[in-house]
Write a protein of this length. Sequence first.
Length: 255
Amino acid sequence: MNSSVRDRKLTYSLLGVAVWRRTSDLAIDMLSLNVHRESSHSINSLPFFISEVRKRIFATTNHFDKTKAIELNRQPCIRLQYADCVPPLDISEEQLFSPNVLSEIPRLISEGGWSKEGTLGAMSVARVRYIFAPFEEELLDIRMSPDYGREARLRYGNARYVVKVSRLTEHLCCRDLSTRLSNAWDDLPAYVKYTPNCWTLISVWDCLTLAILYLDYNNDHFNIMSQLMSNKNIPTELITASWQMLEVVLRISKE
């Protein structure tokens, strides 16, 4: 039994290195094309549809990078502090490649970049995940910080500080991060947020998409609160996030 467990751990470790290496190659290719600096690189120099495609590439690559970094407990290959790329607009491919797209944008998109029609699409999902990405990067900063007593650059509120890492500073940063993540979720438009009654209001596939985003959101909360767990303390938010994920998974299994 122990040998089998060791073999599985070794296999997972080797696969993790391979995935991390490929993610690094993808990030290098993207950075070399200045896709991460889309807002400053392409302004007034590229057609609208090419600029939007570059934003979509960055949003997708960044999400993959953060997801794998958290899953494999490794540093991210892409750092948002060096990027100025904004989320892609919430429009479909058909709308993006339409000859009249520029004149149609005011009718289709709100000032915040969301669909005025409230139509759930691939870019709706990409935008939500792009909004989650900075919180996931901060979580990795906390998780990868040096041992207690050494200095690390952590964020609290809207500022970053170089602080002595301690259980208290980690606790404060995690609580602040959890609060800001909750506020970001509350600020999302209703059509990209999961509700238990969505199964009877919209298509099953659209509701499944919303359920996955809701699982992503609660999984981020779970990972943040896991940093505060100890033998003597299990945060209430950790239990809440676990229960909400279990509820959604059980509901999906019924559909």
